[in-house]
Design a protein around this ligand. Sequence first.
Ligand code: SF4
Ligand code: MSK
Length: 636
Amino acid sequence: EKKEKKKEYNLKEFTTCESTLMMLQKAAAEGVDNAFFRAAEMKPCPIGMESACCKHCAMGPCRLNPKDPYSRVGVCGATIDTIAARNFARMVASGAAAHTDHGMTMLDVFRDVVNGKIKDYKIKDEVKLREVAKSVGIEVEGKETLEIAKELYHELEKTYTQVEGEIPFAKRVPPKTLETWRKLGIVPRGAMREIMELMHRSHMGVDQDYRNIVLQCSRTALADGWGGSMVATEISDILFGTPKPLVAAVNMGNLKEDHVNIIVHGHEPNLFESMIDSVNDPKLIEKAKEAGAKGIQLLGMCCSGAEALSRHGIPHAGNFMSTEAVLVTGAVDAMAVDVQCIKQGLSTVAKCYGTRLFTTNPRCKIEGVEHIEFHEREPRKCTDKIVEMAIERFKNGRPDRIVIPPRRDFGVHGFSHEYINYMLGGTFRASYKPLNENIINGKIRGVAGVVGCTNPRVRQDWVHVELVKELIKNNVLVVQTGCSQIALAKAGLMKPDAAVLAGDGLAEVCEAVGMPPVLGLGSCVDNSRILIACAEMVRIGGLGESIADLPVAGAAPEYMSEKAICIGQYFVASGVYTVFGVTFPTIEGTKFHKHLFEELEEMGLGKWGFATDPIEMAHKMIAHIDKKREALGIMG
Ligand code: SF4
Ligand code: MSK
């Protein structure tokens, strides 16, 4: 499996993560291929990059000229605007499908817990259960937990299956924002219906007006943000506990050479929760010791890692672009994956180092990779087996040379929107009021959500870190999720003493409250926590009547996935200016591009932005925040 690498790369251009760099050097020396090397060798197709091609039917594929986009049309007559809008729509549909399928799994688990069919999990956060139930109009006074839970299940099921009406969490949307959605006809009915309709409308010969296609993109994306993702977050909190701030460590130095090392990588928390039980089982710990290990070390990666980090303080080994690199250490005895962002290339790297790689979810198998299916009704059958296989590899399958990068970076994680509320409000004033007050008095200029993936087309972590530093320097409080959160955690900005990097006003608030200037909220589906925080800021008052009035902005500077496009679209449709980096699937100067980047804002929503340079990106966001402050009359 090991190939001689002829090409010399300047590896420092690939990443600013020291650990990943060390492992890339090792991989290069050992001839082990990975996504960084493949990206360097595979130049992206310039036509596809700008979304100027269509393969929606067998009369094509049709390629237009990105340099002169109106010079030709597809065989069916489709213009560049139709082609790019349909391609964009398919990305939104796929991203929404991923998050809503995840959310639906969580709801399936919740139903089985409530019905007593799942015994290993239980309702851990009853307060949250009641709060969520109240937020969708369920009467909770005088009712037993189980009764409320059953009603909540039936109500939230509508998020997916309802064919007419409005999804349950539409009740959480600020009235003015909801009014705009109703006027535009984009309040989601149920996710299945919206995704189905978007797939239909983007089929050959259906919707061929880019503005009409974008309306359905918004409706579908909102079914993710205020639907599938929000259900995933809320049900995970109810079942596994709402995160509260805790100190936890990130980076590859969390691997321990004298321990059995197990990594869980993916998105749904169920596998991770049961793996926590397995690695803490005295019988399995004993087995590991009999095999010569000092114990079992469990780590997370990507989003389920970010969730377990936030909820339980489980160490995190690295973000998306470190998942192959971590295997190059040779120290990983087993990696268990579930769904989303699992590179097929992991399989080859795992074989090079004898790491046992397991798929566990029926929706995500990889050719040549051993599958041990995870069932929530008997979860330990899967997770115990994986631990046993990891112990076996520790004993008999470790490579001669193991290299563990020494870095461990400590920070504070687990800022749920409930906790931000509590923290800024203090015990007796539990509300977002002090946040609003600090925005109004100018100590905090505004709030930015910096989220999303890492991507080998840009230097790993660099854009995230430089962007966030520039934002906090300019008194913008930053909230984070997903792989971006891990990038900043590695850079040490999740610690309260990172306030020294913040502008005077933000630093003063951070010091008073004892919080870092960068707050980690969890995984990609936990972007829904940011939506709720925005809704709360509107509800408290003083910052306008809709989310579009707030001095806030969002960014996914190193995004790569269709899920990120969908997240971007739901933030835009919710009223937030959202800036992406890397590349954007439109051609500047086309009508579709103008629609996304300008006209949506004129319709009362947010709008898209694009920049690759982090400082430019930060200042686009700051300029937007200032524009909103001015409109609110709170400049200076
Ligand atoms: Fe070409 Fe139209 Fe078919 Fe697309 S739908 S491949 S533009 S003919
Ligand atoms: S894991 S979607 S690379 S953030 Fe959610 Fe990270 Fe992006 Fe996957």
